[in-house]
Design a protein around this ligand. Structure first.
Ligand SMILES: Cc1cc2nc3c(=O)[nH]c(=O)nc-3n(C[C@H](O)[C@H](O)[C@H](O)COP(=O)(O)OP(=O)(O)OC[C@H]3O[C@@H](n4cnc5c(N)ncnc54)[C@H](O)[C@@H]3O)c2cc1C
Length: 474
């Protein structure tokens, strides 16, 4: 049996739920189809034996008033304000972040520090290069700093050499990024930048980000939105440029959801693949050329408190596969039910076919435990338990040339008059939650008659990490 819905929303992550919430406020008839049985998408909080883990750590800050207002409307005063401490682990040493000269010199040694400055000088004499990520960074910071502070970590995240990543990513992410500023400040003088402004506080729901989106779903449902879990969109039917219905796979079988308006926060490439009739072959080919990277988190429970003071640590050492280590008790003490223990999340970035992606949970917990031990962060403590969370398609890969393919896909999606793509993987954009939510709120305004270009969000706006300290958290 089908049902008629005015607006059909695919996906119950931050974007889908924010859209459902906003549409319900406008008294619209809304149905949300979510493939899994969890609310919040990548921003959900996973519970395991009373311990709470993020998929990565999720800070709440934004420069968009409407997003900030929404977060506060939903969660009221259940936010904690947390200081960020996130050092960089590189070759058995922890670099303070923002970098400080004494700490950096002690860790690198005078000789290496002198090499960094000399390589910076050589790079600056040659001028800026914009061919790819590697050239962009090396020409601005010097090759040695590139190798220490950018190369290994970036290649862990993207799974391809830095020379194959577009310079656009570097300029979006690093142009004024605190790390870049910090490196320059630490080694080369402040050049007018205020290091203190890099120290950040952020807001965080006391029970983790999932709390926000579970609450948002309850409020939207209270206003009439229908949120259907374990409803996976498998076919999106269109009549020319008008989408008419979505087939969703449910435990009870296939259900058809008719609607007048459609919002899709499912992966953009999946949307294209599942359109019926299919888009032209050139559009399908363009979508197939776009790739994502998965995030795998190995969550470990350790039998000792206060292992390290950081909220998270970046692992730049190339000999370790882990990219980041989260310490959830430092995000919120309520993430850890037993104060004598710690809850850590080890983040791994993987692609289809990688051994880690197909390993069993038990193998991964053992592997993560061993990597953690090798960092020395565990000391004499013991890992007592662990679990694994797999987040497919978490990172759109900005491989050189992706823009050309994406433009073709976007052009086709734009031609669909009553479907709007929203969110992070929904738009194949490295959107944070606030950008993802903003696209949803603007899409709702479009349904109400506005004419916003959603594809312009997070394109010209500065990446918000550069604003740290001044506008701080939501
Ligand atoms: C490691 C990491 C750390 C991050 N840290 C931060 C941070 O500190 N601050 C911040 O603001 N942002 C952060 N982000 C970004 C944030 O997680 C995303 O912007 C946000 O979750 C995207 O919301 P979304 O609704 O677009 O997509 P998602 O959260 O991915 O939700 C999409 C939903 O669609 C569902 N779905 C998929 N396919 C189908 C289908 N066929 N049918 C139905 N449903 C489907 C999924 O199950 C999911 O629930 C981080 C992201 C990562 C990966």
């Amino acid at each position: 049996m089908g049902m008629t819905a005015r607006t059909v929303i695919l996906g119950a992550g931050p974007a889908g739920l924010a859209a459902a919430y906003a549409l319900s406020k406008h008294r619209r008839n809304v149905v949300v189809a979510e493939a899994t049985d969890a609310l919040g998408g990548i921003s959900r909080t996973v519970e395991y034996r009373g311990y709470r883990f993020d998929i990565g750590g999720h800070r709440f800050f934004t420069k968009f008033d409407e997003v900030q207002q929404l977060w506060h409307e939903v969660l009221g005063d259940e936010f904690l304000v947390r200081p960020r401490l996130s050092r960089i682990y590189y070759r058995n040493r922890l670099f303070e972040y923002p970098l400080r000269v004494t700490n950096a010199l002690r860790n690198l040694g005078l000789l290496e520090a002198a090499r960094c400055v000399a390589s910076y000088g050589r790079a600056r004499a040659m001028g800026d290069a914009d061919d790819n990520f590697e050239e962009w960074v090396s020409s601005r910071f010097g090759r040695r700093l590139f190798e220490i502070f950018f190369k290994a970590y970036t290649e862990k995240v993207w799974g391809i050499p830095c020379s194959e990543i577009g310079a656009e990513w570097a300029s979006q992410r690093i142009k004024n990024l605190s790390l870049g500023v910090a490196i320059r400040n630490a080694f080369l003088g402040s050049r007018g930048q205020d290091v203190a402004s890099l120290i950040e506080h952020f807001r965080y729901p006391r029970l983790g980000p999932g709390m926000m989106y579970e609450r948002m779903a309850i409020l939207a449902a209270g206003m009439g939105a229908e949120i259907r879990m374990r409803h996976r969109a498998v076919a999106i039917h269109r009549n020319g440029t008008r989408v008419v219905a979505v087939d969703v796979e449910t435990p009870e079988g296939l259900v058809r959801l008719d609607g007048e308006e459609f919002l899709s926060s499912i992966p953009l490439t999946m949307l294209i693949e599942r359109l019926r009739p299919a888009p032209p072959p050139s559009v399908l080919a363009a979508a197939r050329a776009l790739t994502y990277r998965h995030l795998l988190t190995i969550d470990l429970i350790v039998d000792a408190p206060d292992l390290f003071p950081d909220t998270w640590i970046y692992v730049h050492s190339p000999d370790l596969q882990v990219g980041r280590i989260q310490n959830f008790g430092n995000w919120s003490p309520e993430m850890v039910p037993d104060a004598r223990t710690s809850a850590l999340g080890l983040e791994y970035f993987v692609s289809d076919g990688d051994a880690l992606w197909t390993a069993s949970d038990a193998q991964l917990v053992a592997f993560g435990t061993e990597e953690l031990r090798r960092t020395g962060l565990l000391g004499r403590a013991r890992v007592t338990d662990g679990t694994v969370v797999r987040a497919p398609l978490a990172y759109p890969v900005y491989r050189i040339g992706y823009r050309h393919h994406l433009d073709q896909v976007v052009e086709f999606v734009r031609s669909l008059e009553n479907l709007q793509a929203i969110g992070r993987y929904g738009m194949f954009k490295y959107n944070n939650a606030d950008h993802s939510i903003l696209t949803a709120l603007l899409a709702v305004e479009n349904i109400e008659g506005a004419d916003h270009d959603l594809w312009a969000v997070n394109t010209d706006t500065d990446y918000h990490e550069i604003r740290t300290g001044r506008e701080s958290a939501a």
